[in-house]
Design a protein around this ligand. Structure first.
Ligand SMILES: [Zn+2]
Length: 226
């Protein structure tokens, strides 16, 4: 079986809204974003790299969608339903356009909160209400979730399955195989060099990045990784 890799984007270009603490490093320039897409499109099997977007920023539609279409690539968009229609975020009509172009829509929850910190009732609401709203807008079942900040535990995974999700995307980095419920992603950052981005795409994070990641484990709760 083929080892698959996944890269996760957040925002591209000008955010058009106030950013959350720790969010800025996860915004890429349009040039950086298009560089990554060009690398994926040039691979022998572009489908071996899953492309995902978290947070439902307007740049998903205005910048990412045409760039993906130009290169014949597909992607998944994990949307915060609590931000739908707000300045700098996707509107319902944008979800229709993304879906119409063959992109997959999934849930990132409602309010961009860390799921392990929620009690059972609020967690179920984050998972089920966001899913129901997206199903209402998209007119099809929503079965995939992008986990906010990459933070999860066994209870979160159980709740995802109980809420009808068949796939959940973490921010753990590394590779996975087709059919896996929990799929690791690597979030690209604006301070990554082209070589570092290339290494992520090839499934090999450079040593320095691995080291930073190991050191960063204890800081994860304060950093936005999804
Ligand atoms: Zn997020």
């Amino acid at each position: 079986m083929t080892n698959l890799t996944s890269v996760n984007f957040h925002g591209i270009g000008d955010p058009g809204r106030s950013l959350e603490p720790g969010e800025a490093p996860y915004w890429l320039s349009r040039e950086q974003f298009e560089y990554v897409l060009d690398q994926v499109a040039a691979m022998p099997d572009p489908a071996a790299v899953a492309i995902t977007f978290d947070d439902g920023n307007l740049s998903d539609h205005d910048i990412a969608l045409p760039a993906l279409i130009d290169r014949g690539l597909h992607a998944r968009f994990f949307v915060l339903t609590g931000r739908l229609g707000q300045t700098g975020s996707l509107h319902k009509k944008h979800l229709h356009n993304l879906q119409g172009a063959g992109m997959l829509i999934g849930s990132h929850g409602i309010d961009h909160v860390s799921w392990p910190t929620l009690n059972d009732a609020v967690l179920r609401q984050e998972l089920e209400t966001s899913r129901a709203q997206l199903e209402d807008i998209c007119g099809r079942s929503i079965t995939e979730a992008g986990i906010p900040f990459g933070r999860y535990d066994a209870r979160v995974l159980r709740a995802l399955r109980a809420s009808g999700y068949t796939t959940a995307w973490s921010s753990d980095g590394g590779q996975w195989r087709q059919g896996t419920f929990l799929r690791p992603r690597t979030s690209l950052r604006g301070d990554m060099s082209p070589d570092e981005m290339q290494a992520v795409l090839s499934g090999h994070m450079p040593a320095l990045r691995r080291l930073r990641r190991a050191v960063g484990m204890t800081r994860r709760r304060w950093t936005v990784t999804g």
